[in-house]
Design a protein around this ligand. Structure first.
Ligand code: NAP
Length: 304
């Protein structure tokens, strides 16, 4: 793959997995890494790092048009669901205007735009959801991500929207996620109450990275669901984390979902159906135990 690839949100979990895979598997790839905090990332021979101003539409458009990447992978987003309720303008800027601007610039330079969305665009009454189900977001994060999908779709055909959910994986930049929260608490021998609701399919960042490389190679456009194979509630996920990492399962107690108070509403039965992604891309998405077993190995390797 002899391509110049622009990645936004480079310190994020998904961006890190994609960057690692592209540099490891494709010796001819050159990366342009955009980040809002440039001191975090070191450039390498094949990756340059640039300070990003995601909310400055003119700067972003000019940056893309001047650098002419073959592929743009938009991983930047405001992902804190509760914070999106409080900072609606920022959520709209990052989750909707950013993919919109990238789609306009991508069209101008005939570049393929890959951007990420979420199962939170659905109301959670009847998940898991296929690519054809009708969105109906119940929180501002979901609304802003759906707006991002629709705005980008209006500007370019060479567009892939990857919908995913409950992402986990290694982060060198200290990014948090539900599985890391469970793992950190149990590692500290703290008791946790975990709801027996908010069904989802936890997704390993390494699987997303493989899928993205296949999307680039096969020029697959449109909406693609990418998730782990298991559809589980949060309590079930916590038990599997304990099993794989050898933590004490007795530290985990089930909690009725109605007892958890969160600022933003969450879909109760969320998650995604992934049969079309596996067929289209020829990939195998991991079950939670498989992904966690690989992650455990990666984390041990990292500590040594
Ligand atoms: N995590 C999940 O469970 C999940 C579920 C469904 C969908 N998704 C989608 O998948 C994509 C990648 O998510 P991820 O899990 O890799 O996200 P992440 O770890 O939170 O990273 C997002 C990155 O966006 C950039 N960013 C810019 N402004 C930000 C702001 N105000 N708040 C937070 N981040 C900001 C940061 O990178 P720089 O500072 O380096 O620019 C940050 O590292 C996003 O589009 C997200 O909506 C994620």
């Amino acid at each position: 793959m002899n391509k110049k690839i622009l990645i936004t949100g480079s310190t994020g979990k998904v961006a890190e997995a994609i960057t690692t895979l592209l540099l490891r598997e494709y010796p001819d790839v050159k990366l342009l890494l955009l980040t809002s905090d440039i001191k975090n990332i070191k450039p390498t021979k094949r990756s340059s790092v640039f300070q990003a101003f995601y909310e400055n539409v003119k700067w972003l458009k000019d940056f893309v048009i001047n650098h002419k990447p073959d592929i743009i992978i938009n991983c930047a987003a405001m992902t804190n669901v509760d914070a999106c309720e409080d900072e609606k303008e920022k959520a709209m800027n990052l989750n909707a205007s950013l993919p919109e601007t990238l789609s306009i610039a991508a069209k101008k330079i005939n570049s393929h735009l890959i951007t990420f969305s979420t199962d939170y665009i659905f109301n959670g009454k009847k998940g898991p959801y296929s690519e054809l189900d009708t969105p109906d977001p119940i929180n501002y994060y979901g609304k802003s991500k759906l707006a991002g999908e629709n705005l980008a779709k209006g500007n370019t055909q060479k567009l892939t929207i990857i919908r995913t959910n409950v992402v986990y994986g290694k982060s060198s930049y200290g990014k948090n996620d539900f599985i890391k929260w469970v793992s950190d608490k149990l590692d500290n021998k703290e008791k946790i109450n975990v709801i027996t609701g908010q069904w989802c399919n936890p997704t390993f960042t390494d699987d997303i990275a493989w899928a993205v490389s296949r999307i680039i190679e096969t020029k697959s456009y449109g909406i693609i669901n990418l998730s782990g194979k298991d559809w589980l509630n949060r309590y079930e996920i916590a038990l599997i984390v304990a099993e794989v990492f050898d933590y004490d399962k007795n530290l985990i107690s089930p909690l009725d979902p109605s007892k958890l108070s969160q600022k933003a509403f969450r879909p109760e039965k969320g998650g995604l159906i992934i049969t079309s992604a596996e067929g289209l891309l020829g990939i195998k998405l991991s079950r939670l135990k498989e992904g966690l077993t690989t992650l455990k190995f990666q984390l041990n390797e990292y500590e040594i």
